[in-house]
Design a protein around this ligand. Structure first.
Ligand code: SME
Length: 167
């Protein structure tokens, strides 16, 4: 079943609360992924990738299985295409898209929403659905608002990881 207007509104309010009350950037991203995964039946697997140099590195995710694609070069796959262009990718039938990097056999459609901060892509929200053509204009508009809300936290989580890696 598609989500109702109330579901989108409630989820956006939940993300807004997380962003305003939680101080730790990694925790903001983890809890946002949880809201998206738990409140939308069609969002089978939800993950946030963070830009690290020329790659996308998988951050928090929630779904039935782990993906092998934990690092994706920008430009590769649907994830890499969205990061390269800075534009949302909606794929109604993943098996008909040559760019698709398969993660799960059950996936039928996918949406990738870039997260930009001050005009630069710092991460992205990637959602796989087991339902074909699962993502409509409401999902796109909703997820683009979520991306805007979490953008400073994607930037902060990236910088924190970078600092950790450098020590
Ligand atoms: N399908 C993505 C790879 C990431 S997995 O869906 C988690 C792609 O084509 O870029």
């Amino acid at each position: 079943m598609s989500a109702t207007a109330d579901t989108y509104r409630g989820a956006l309010e939940a993300v807004d609360r997380i962003v305003n009350r939680e101080r730790d950037a990694g925790e903001v991203l983890r809890r946002t992924v949880e809201v998206l995964h738990d409140r939308f039946e069609r969002y089978s697997w939800v993950g946030i990738y963070l830009v690290e140099g020329g790659d996308l590195v998988l951050g928090p995710w929630k779904g039935p299985q782990a993906t092998e694609h934990v690092r994706i070069p920008i430009g590769r796959g649907i994830c890499g295409a969205a990061a390269a262009s800075g534009l949302t990718e909606v794929v109604d039938d993943v098996n008909a898209d040559d760019r698709y990097l398969a993660c799960f056999l059950s996936t039928r459609s996918e949406i990738v929403v870039p997260v930009a901060f001050e005009g630069r892509v710092v991460g992205e929200i990637d959602i796989d659905s087991d339902v074909p053509t699962a993502f409509g204009p409401e999902d796109r508009a909703f997820l683009e608002r979520v991306a805007l809300l979490v953008s400073p936290h994607c930037l902060a989580a990236r910088e924190k990881d970078g600092a950790k890696a450098g020590t």
